[in-house]
Design a protein around this ligand. Structure first.
Ligand SMILES: [Zn+2]
Length: 133
């Protein structure tokens, strides 16, 4: 299934480029590659983040990369102090939990410049960015 926007399209959809958009987008790409949904309704996502900007920008990244959308009701957001993205393929019953690594979060909270935060995230491999369970 080829569902989802390119990252350039995701930036247009969201309106600006930021580190949290990229984090959500990358989580979605990992989930899609791992869980291999066959249909646009197969994948569900539960986003657990503090429900405020900039963290909530990650929601748009996930919507853009996975086609889990508010309109289809297959993404839900739980206001939380966690930084976790839980994906479920309801057809295969497989799931994947991606948790932003604590050291990455701590570093991001201390970076003041958006460009610096972006290049930091871009320089991290998937499993340096997230831990999975
Ligand atoms: Zn944003």
């Amino acid at each position: 299934m080829n569902c989802g926007l390119t990252f350039e399209e995701a930036i247009k959809f969201h309106g600006h480029l930021g580190p949290w958009l990229l984090i959500g987008y990358r989580a979605g790409v990992i989930a899609k590659n791992r869980l291999k949904p066959n249909d646009i309704h197969d994948l569900r996502c539960i986003v657990k983040i503090p429900y405020k900007i900039p963290y909530s920008c990650s929601i748009d990244g996930i919507q853009a990369s996975t086609c889990c959308t508010l309109g289809k009701g297959n993404i839900i957001v739980e206001n939380s102090e966690d930084f976790e993205f839980i994906f479920i393929n309801i057809a295969s019953k497989e799931s994947l939990k991606l948790k932003l690594r604590k050291n990455v979060l701590d570093k991001l909270l201390n970076i003041k410049s958006i460009n610096e935060a972006l290049s930091y995230i871009m320089g991290l491999g998937d499993w340096d960015l997230f831990e999975s369970s």
